[in-house]
Design a protein around this ligand. Structure first.
Ligand SMILES: [Zn+2]
Length: 240
């Protein structure tokens, strides 16, 4: 399959063209340093309190991924769109890259990765978490089995289902309630993220893409409305 050549992106121009560049991973000035990651101040404060409460009940929580820039998400996208990083189906089984059409590649990437500009990790409100006392960061795969019965992060997951909402966190990606596949490791700080979800504009992402270059850009732009509605706007909306 012929892939489009990648030219330099002009993300500075892109952020000048829209009202809220921080919603699309173009600006991290709204974030603070929290240990080794960047987070929204309110999310960082709430996470610190939640971690302390969990610790008092014998549960360890660590963050393995927080803020991610547009460029970082773009490099993940390009690696998957060129077959340089494996594409996995919903059961985490590898797909055969060579036999997929451009549209099938897009749909396959979106099972587990967001479009550049359309990841909740751009916001500093969303984190992927695991239990560092049961599994180390390098061994972690972020798959459902790790969070289900007998998995190393099961006790943590059960604790979060019961208590995360007390600190403003919830699971935005849930079966039947979101376009993104269920992610038992992905928490969102609802008081800020709910406003960001509302403020996110497909028209602004389209403007950003006019200044950016990435693999499969044309077929993505041709169905951007559908992709934003399904993968950004369709999320669980009420803390559980
Ligand atoms: Zn995540």
């Amino acid at each position: 399959m012929q892939l489009e050549p990648i030219a330099d992106s002009n993300l500075e121009q892109a952020s000048l063209a829209i009202l809220n560049p921080h919603l699309y991973g173009l600006d991290d000035a709204h974030l603070v340093k929290f240990e080794s990651v960047l987070l929204h101040q309110n999310a960082a404060n709430a996470f610190a309190k939640m971690r302390e409460a969990a610790q008092r009940q014998g549960i360890d929580i660590a963050i393995c991924s927080a803020y991610r820039s547009f460029d970082k998400q773009l490099s993940i996208w390009n690696a998957k769109a060129t077959g340089n990083r494996p594409l996995l189906d919903k059961q985490h089984q590898p797909l055969h890259f060579e036999s997929l059409s451009a549209q099938q590649i897009i749909d396959s990437i979106l099972i587990w990765s967001a479009l550049p500009g359309a990841s909740r990790h751009h916001w500093g409100t969303d984190i992927d978490v695991y239990d560092p006392s049961k599994i180390n960061r390098d061994g972690l795969q972020l798959v459902a089995a790790e969070y289900q019965a007998n998995g190393p992060c099961h006790a943590l997951y059960q604790w979060l289902l019961q208590h995360a909402h007390q600190f403003g966190f919830y699971f935005p990606f849930q079966q039947g309630k979101s376009g993104v596949s269920t992610e038992e490791w992905h928490l969102s700080y609802f008081p800020v993220a709910s406003h960001y979800t509302e403020a996110f504009l497909c028209a602004d992402l389209f403007k950003v893409f006019e200044y950016a270059n990435f693999e499969l850009k044309s077929p993505v732009m041709a169905r951007l409305d559908e992709l934003v509605n399904h993968y950004v706007k369709f999320v669980a909306s009420v803390p559980i």
